[in-house]
Write a protein that binds this ligand. Structure first.
Ligand code: HAM
Length: 425
């Protein structure tokens, strides 16, 4: 039997990979405008990194990590997300010492989670993420959210819903935690074993339990917004004011708690409405993680960021029939007639390609008719026929495939002709 691709992974084939490149370029362009620089961190890290940041009681760490022992007996994990690695790198490379804070970073790369695969939920997926570390100015929270919104709207997505919440600072969270414990404790036997364990350690995690989501106590659980102290409340108001200032509308959902432990104050998700998404409607998740640098052995440096997967982004674009303006065809297909022309074509293509033109020829000893068919299939803007006569006269006729019109030019001027017509550099 042939070997098959692992469950929850995919091959991104030609025809689709161009869409990936297009959205990745968009991401890079937007990051450039917002002045975020790319960071590339390893795909595996010490397991402890994720235990300490994402959190021991989260689903990600408890159930979804690809963890293995390397040959030196160390526990390693394929990264399930990017924030932990970026913050580790920020601390390890002492980027807190750079004069320009916050350190504004972005990444595009594969992440791994052992989840039950379904459409929009993969075991290997590619996240685009942004992290701004070293400032707790509320305008940076709004900036990070705005960057994500701008990516979607510039690609032409509609029906986006930005949902925000505040998880409060340490003090607010502690008060809320006590309230949650009191709320759930009397009936905790009715909850799953994970939730029972979470009660004392991290009761906030009960709120995003998938098994117990319909338990009546979930609905009546104390809301974090009632436990925000003055500082946290004011901070949240400022973030909202900055969003409004940029004309970005949002909803507040006190039930938005996020599935990772490092969050505090601002938390947000971008959802999409409409058909074709099934259960998966969250495109982006992010929030503030003050305290994470200290947790990973560095000095205080408050941060905020988000991540989204390209898989879900492309799913949303295709559900809304958004056509990305990806480049589809060749600039020119060089049709050859006879052995001499085939040989000569090698030099002609070499020249054209080095000038940045996208050109192709036949390698399968096809007849002329079949070569023209191939030119059609490859969406060639122009075709050129090279045979004995053309080689002798040094002149070719160029056929514009869209209307069949023909023009003559010297072989030596072919590159200049095509460059001019196709608008390439
Ligand atoms: P997250 O909510 O776990 O947050 O994931 C962020 C996004 O990654 C999701 O909204 C979704 O688009 C995508 N995603 C997650 N799991 C899968 C999957 N199995 N298949 C496809 N896409 C998936 C984080 O990862 C945080 N690190 C975000 C962050 C950055 N917070 C602050 N900075």
């Amino acid at each position: 039997m042939a070997v098959q691709i692992p469950r929850g992974t995919q091959d991104i084939l030609p025809g689709t990979s161009e869409k990936w490149q297009y959205v990745e370029n968009r991401m890079r362009d937007i990051c450039r405008a917002f002045n975020y620089s790319e960071i590339r961190t390893p795909i595996f890290e010490q397991t402890e990194l994720f235990q300490r940041s994402v959190g021991d009681t989260t689903d990600i760490v408890q159930k979804e990590m690809y963890t293995f022992e390397d040959k030196g007996g160390r526990s390693m994990t394929l990264r399930p997300e990017g924030t932990a690695s970026v913050v580790r790198s920020y601390v390890e490379n002492k980027r807190f010492g750079l004069p320009d804070q916050p350190d504004k970073l972005y990444y595009i790369g594969p992440m791994f989670r052992y989840e039950r695969p379904q459409s929009g939920r993969m075991r290997q997926f590619v996240q685009f993420g942004v992290e701004a570390i070293g400032s707790d100015d509320p305008s940076i929270d709004a900036e990070v959210i705005a960057l994500a919104m701008e990516l979607y709207s510039s690609l032409g997505l509609k029906g986006l819903k930005l949902v925000i919440n505040s998880l409060g600072d340490k003090e607010s969270r502690e008060n809320h935690k006590q309230a949650l414990i009191e709320h759930f404790k009397p009936s905790i036997e009715e909850f799953c074993s994970d939730c029972q364990q979470r009660l004392e350690k991290n009761p906030l995690r009960i709120l995003d339990c998938k098994k117990d989501k319909d338990h009546p106590l979930m609905e009546t659980a104390p809301s974090i917004l009632d436990y925000l102290n003055e500082d946290s409340r004011r901070y949240f108001e400022k973030v909202q004011a900055f969003l409004s200032q940029m004309g970005i509308s949002f909803e507040i959902d006190p039930g938005l708690v996020r599935g990772l432990d490092y969050y505090n104050n601002t938390a947000f998700e971008i959802m999409i409405e409409g058909e074709g998404f099934g259960a998966i409607t969250t495109l982006t998740g992010g929030g503030r993680y003050n305290g994470l640098t200290e947790e990973l052995g560095g000095p205080e440096a408050p941060g905020i960021g988000f991540a989204l997967s390209i898989e879900r982004l492309l799913m949303a674009l295709s559900a809304q029939n958004v056509e990305l303006p990806v480049e589809k065809g060749l600039d020119c297909y060089v049709v050859t007639m006879g052995e001499k022309a085939e040989t000569e074509a090698v030099s002609i293509l070499w020249d054209l390609r080095r000038k940045g033109l996208r050109v192709e020829k036949d390698y399968m000893q096809k007849k002329i008719k079949a070569q023209f068919k191939a030119a059609d299939r490859m969406n060639a803007a122009y075709t050129v026929v090279i045979g004995e006569d053309e080689l002798q006269s040094g002149e070719v006729s160029i056929k514009k495939m869209s209307d069949g019109s023909q023009e003559k030019t010297a072989i030596a001027d072919l590159a200049a002709y095509l460059t001019d017509k196709t608008g390439r550099e």
